[in-house]
Design a protein around this ligand. Structure first.
Ligand code: FES
Ligand code: FES
Length: 161
């Protein structure tokens, strides 16, 4: 019997570039980002959408890449933490997280940055509740929640009105 080839070849749009990969059908986007494209800022935590460490943006929305089959990412504009900085300048939320020391081990930080950047892209003047809601999907074992909220407020304050 001829073995069935379950490889799927997809073209993804990641951080403004087209990237072609061939992976087993149904592979989670997280695995493709990390293992095939070398974009390791999205991290494996729980693997079932409960921790936020694997987040990336898809068409401007923060999503759990551990839960998204790669086929579902076709045609979407994907942004990882590696794509947040522009022309050597950190994204305002990246700079604000540094300025507020809003990280300890840093494992959760990439996911938080993605959700914060997605929030500010659609709502540049969020309330504290809106920031808390945007970050609610992210578990931080080091407990930087207060600093992370202040960092998003700081980034928002520096955005053009
Ligand atoms: S690894 Fe994706 S949400 Fe935890
Ligand atoms: S800074 Fe360590 S898990 Fe959040």
């Amino acid at each position: 019997m001829t073995p069935v080839d379950s490889t799927v070849h997809v073209r993804l749009r990641v951080n403004g570039e087209d990237r072609d990969v061939g992976v087993p059908r149904g592979t989670a986007l997280l695995g493709v980002l990390r293992d095939d494209l070398g974009l390791t800022a999205a991290r494996y935590g729980c693997g079932h959408g409960a921790c936020g460490s694997c987040y990336a943006m898809a068409d401007g929305r923060a999503v759990a890449t551990c839960m998204m089959p790669v086929e579902d990412a076709i045609g979407k504009e994907l942004t990882t933490v590696e794509g947040l900085a522009r022309s050597g300048t950190l994204h305002p939320v990246q700079q604000a997280f540094l300025d507020e020391d809003a990280m300890q081990c840093g494992y959760c930080t990439g996911g938080m940055l993605i959700s914060a950047a997605a929030l500010l892209a659609t709502n540049p003047t969020p309330t504290e509740l809106q920031i808390r809601t945007a970050l609610a999907a992210h578990l931080c074992r080091c407990g930087v929640y207060g600093r992370a909220i202040r960092a998003v407020q700081r980034a928002a304050a520096g955005l053009p009105r």
